[in-house]
Design a protein around this ligand. Structure first.
Ligand code: SAM
Length: 324
């Protein structure tokens, strides 16, 4: 459990795309190093270590080939793990902040800024490659959950649906496609908002959508019958989550609802939930919440939880109405 060599070796191979390089069969180390733009000697030592941990084969000295474990790390798989492990991408890089876990637990400093000199969100804002990789990961993740969300709630009850912190609009597009009379508003920061207009157009819902570049820490210049915050609150501590919900509440039109969509703990997924909780703490100083704590944050923002719909994938839709 305490070994660090294996995860770092696996991530190094994944980042260099060694599984892609050897996908057609064994290759000499020098060729792999050339294709992966790496130094042959240290790469060979990493690969030999991994062979003895069950990843790659070494049919001859300094010749490495694929096996099932390396194939699972190819970068061209739909929904594969490679982009999450890529040390040059936003999440693989953020995982490196775990070296500061001990200092965060001792209360000395938050992990990510200690590791990288600025917060996760500032890092994304200053680095388009990181920002694009994060948006792409969120997009892939949301493809998996959006169809379930689109059918789990009666969205036809709303004329205008706003997705706040909605990324490039994967969830909003799915909901709008399933509800041809609804209009959509996508709110996010500059980077995701820039991609959202094109994406919503490509999805055939551009004429019913508006993209608004705004921060959810400021009053939102929108009004909607349903305001959605999906996978957003976990990025923030309770105080910030309350501020976000207060701004969302002010954007709800009379009679409207706010829908919080988050992964909630359940007995079968506690390993995933607690891992996500640590990641949120390390990356962004956020936290995962159970239903009680979500309800407390909602109430602090002046919202009453009215309904709760668990989805098959561990997520839930928590429906709130403004209380004051
Ligand atoms: C974890 S992602 C979730 C994206 C999307 N809701 C989904 O489920 O795929 C969090 C989103 O919050 C956005 N975000 C972060 N800070 C924000 C801010 N101050 N105002 C608006 N959006 C923000 C990010 O750009 C990102 O799109």
């Amino acid at each position: 459990m305490a070994d660090l060599a294996t995860p770092f070796a696996v991530r190094t191979a994944a980042t260099l795309r060694v599984p892609d390089a050897v996908k057609d069969g064994p290759l000499p180390l020098a060729d792999i190093a050339h294709r992966c733009r790496a130094e042959a000697d240290p790469l060979g030592r990493v690969l030999r270590f991994l062979v003895h941990r069950g990843m790659f084969t070494e049919p001859e000295h300094d010749v490495f080939g694929p096996n099932d474990a390396s194939e699972a790390l190819r970068s061209d798989l739909d929904d594969g793990p490679q982009p999450w492990l890529d040390l040059d991408g936003a999440v693989g890089r953020a995982d490196l902040a775990f070296v500061e876990l001990i200092e965060q637990v001792r209360g000395r400093h938050p992990a990510y800024p200690a590791a990288f000199g600025r917060s996760f969100w500032e890092d994304l804002a200053h680095n388009p490659q990181l920002s694009d990789s994060f948006d792409a990961l969120m997009e892939t993740k949301t493809y998996g959950i959006a169809p379930l969300i689109a059918v789990a709630h009666d969205w036809s009850a709303y004329g205008r649906i706003a997705d706040v912190g909605g990324g490039k609009g994967v969830l909003l597009a799915e909901i709008l496609r399933a509800n041809p009379k609804a209009r959509g508003i996508l709110v996010d920061l500059t980077g995701p908002a820039r991609s959202a207009a094109d994406y919503l157009r490509e999805q055939g819902v551009g004429d019913r959508s508006e993209v608004v570049t705004a921060s959810f820490f400021d009053p939102l210049p929108i009004q909607a019958d349903a305001v959605v915050v999906c996978d957003v609150l976990g990025d923030w501590d309770d105080e910030d989550a309350t501020r976000i919900l207060e701004n969302c509440k002010r954007a709800i039109a009379p009679g409207g609802r706010l829908l919080i969509i988050e992964l909630l703990p359940d007995r079968e997924r506690m390993a995933l939930f607690t891992e996500m909780d640590l990641r949120m703490m390390i990356y962004v100083g956020g936290r995962m919440r159970d239903l009680d704590r979500t309800q407390q944050v909602a109430e602090a923002a002046g919202l009453a939880v009215e309904d709760f719909t668990p989805l098959d994938n561990g997520y839930a839709i928590v429906e709130c109405r403004p209380e004051r």
